[in-house]
Design a protein around this ligand. Sequence first.
Ligand code: SAH
Length: 370
Amino acid sequence: MTLPEPSAKEPLLPAAEPHPKDLALPAAEPHPKDLALPALRERFASQGWPRYRADQWAAWVYGRGVEGYEAMTDWPVALRSELAERWPLEVLAVSGVQLSSDGTRKARLRTADGHEIESVWIPEAGRTTLCVSTQVGCPLACSFCATGAMGFRRNLRTSEIVDQVCRMRALAGADAALSNVVFMGMGEPLLNRGAVEEAVRLLIDPKAFGLAPRRVTVSTAGVVPQIEPLLEAVPVSLAVSLHAARDAVRDVLVPLNRRFPLDALLGTLRRCERITRRRPVFFEYTLIAGVNDSPEDSRELAARVRGLPCKLNLIPMNAHADSPHRPPAESVMDRFMAELVGAGLTVTLRRNRGADIDAACGQLAARDAA
Ligand code: SAH
């Protein structure tokens, strides 16, 4: 096994307060897409408009997916033009779209202050999944991830997360029946928990997007102190990017592990069973040739998660220019998987969607315009 030396740079700690770089965020008044329904009703009331207009707004924009106020035909024309002026429906501008041969669609979306993020729309038999970003870049610098290589710019606002859903649904057009949302795009959702939770509330509110809560999945590299608060606040599915079952290996792949090692992470997940009532945790394990794919690795992994309700997703490393890592040979992956299945675990080997357009896991890295 050849691993680079851990860098001396300390991983960033989870920000309880807004990250200092958030100060760069223009202090605009909240957009309606920043607010879950209760706050949106208050917002309408404070303008002197009836609260039920907020419900109508959400039904039009999130439920029916209208893209302009002119479509809101049950509203007075004066109110429509006032709102169109004040709260334009598009928060993000589409600056590029790529369509994969497998139907996966990746879009590059631009924020009002000129940053670029990416979202990925993944149609499959029986379900359609959208993968959203939560930060511009990412501070965690996992050694195999393209987003990590671009560094961190700022957290996204709730409206910038929610508008990814609106933009991507509009691009997909007629076949736009969205069933699942995964917070697995650029960034670490649990370093932006407030905005992520508010976005989740809109996704699962029957008066907004109305998705089934279990079909909304938040993925974390292991920001341990934020896991329980997230699960207390919103009934989402949790995914954890594990990638190694030994601290010595995980310290290098996921530098955050030096702050929150495996014992702390897995201990917290076991404690969370009380909240999740034994709903499985989804572990992601990116298989990297010569790094975390040995028979000892699979045995250690099985031992570590024993007794914890979980499903394991093995992801062959998606190669990209910013990392020297490569996926293992098929035979190595098959053996790794067989070992885990033999140990009684539920395991899937994830098919890479959208790899021809750099839309697969870990390949999102919109170059910044700001
Ligand atoms: N920061 C969160 C959300 C990102 S999810 C998290 O780490 O969970 C994106 C998933 O793709 C993570 O599991 C990540 O570890 C994985 N990934 C990153 N780079 C990859 C690569 N090059 N090949 C395969 N998977 C990768």
